[in-house]
Design a protein around this ligand. Sequence first.
Ligand code: SF4
Length: 237
Amino acid sequence: MAGNSLDKSTGYRVSKDDDPEKLVGWMLERFSGQRIVMTSAFGMEGCALVDMIAARVEQFTVVYLDTHFFFEQTHALIERFKVRYPHVSFENQGTLMTPAEQAEQYGPELWKRDPDLCCRLRKVDPMAEVMKDADVWVTGLRRSQSQARARLQTVEWDWQYDVLKVNPLANWDRKDVWAYIQAHKVPYNALHEQGYPSVGCTHCTKVVPGASITDYSRDGRWEGQSKSECGLHGYGI
Ligand code: SF4
């Protein structure tokens, strides 16, 4: 069934202080029987959230959008997740347009000339297809990740994709995420140990000198450009 069957006027607001694990439990119970879809690019936040959900369900689907520009470390991490959580289905629903086809249609190195268009083609538009089959969208976004995300709610309506969005980690900071990762021995992207606070496409993610694994920033993403978001979450484009 396409579209969303939840009433956007109901206002599923829970306490702003709610703990992520409590929110995950609430979400799974409240929306049992609905189409809950988690998406992730396998940043540290997404890794922690997969673990929290996987511990509470018998079957679950995590969707990711392979842009064809992932780091090899990201691909390796996805394979580790598939082994560690066999009851979770990790589905790539990224664009079928190859980099060569993009270059042919839009010119070479689009990410340098028009990164908003490149992100739209490789992330924003494919996500619209994913959300057609979702009632609830679960993300690992946090308020303290950036100024653009500062007003994030734990539960909110996503107007771009017209879907209820649950952000169980909204109240956490990076140190909380790291503590969870360590406590539960959750796999994470090796690039976080090499000065990459967040990890996206190879063309648009650079190392941030001096960044520690407990620092999060959007520094290093789209270096030298005003852009700091891909546009998936209603920011940046
Ligand atoms: S992050 Fe860069 S390479 Fe990836 S889709 Fe966006 S502009 Fe293109």
